[in-house]
Design a protein around this ligand. Sequence first.
Ligand SMILES: [Zn+2]
Length: 299
Amino acid sequence: MKKTRRKTGRRLAILMLLVCTFITVVTIENINADKQPIQDENPMNGSENNGPSTGTVQPGTDKPTGQKPETGSNQAANGEPSPVPDENNSPNNDDSIVVVAQPESVTALINKHFALPDDYKPSDLVYPDVPFIFAEKIEKRKMRKAAADALEKMFAAAREDGLPLSGVSAYRSYSTQKTLFDRYVRQDGWDKARTYSAVPGTSEHQTGLAIDVTARSGKCAASDCFGGTKEAVWIARHASEYGFIIRYPEGKDALTGYKYEPWHIRYVGEEIAAIIASGDLTLEQYAEQHGDGSIAVTD
Ligand SMILES: [Zn+2]
């Protein structure tokens, strides 16, 4: 009797051990399944996008066709609508990022599929002579020379029209974007962070050709409430005259990978800005139609 009880006890113990082992294995597998390939990056404010590096860049799968990234479903992996229609959110689809061959091109297409080399830093960064919403003379005031000159002209024109503007954030280095993006990932996880912030290397701010702007008051800086303000309307109407485009237009999320950002403008030069504005295009569509070397990728 005692023997039987001991036997039963041993069997129970073995069974428990097996069950525990099984649970442990399943748990570890689940944890691994949840892990996302973290890419390098770094931006600055919560509602902004931008940022990659060699370690995270996956070369190859995405051919430099000069075409916009294929539009995929807007469904996140869990089947719920993603806040931003992002073709990259589909796990089977293409999360790949390729590095552009001519990062210094004024038309370089940088988005969730096309990245700058992580060590890319424009050689002609200067401080545009325009007000910012902060006083410090720091990195995020800088822009490339041509963009800075154009910005000064645009701000002067807006001021003459009674709508003085301020800069919010311009150049952002790879490492700054990485710091920022990593923080968002810790807060919200990789999938969510990616919808509102750029993987390091994929931030257009790293080109030195993009800047977030707002009204002189600083109210609604890089926030949705900037949309529809007199300043936002002025920018939408006149930015192209100075060589800038609204990089993430309303309703073009599926093409750009980002929700509407009326405050984020990108310098492409007056000629191309005019084509993009009059054709109601995104930079992705322009690149597809006009294909240019700047989006060719390195091997
Ligand atoms: Zn921006």
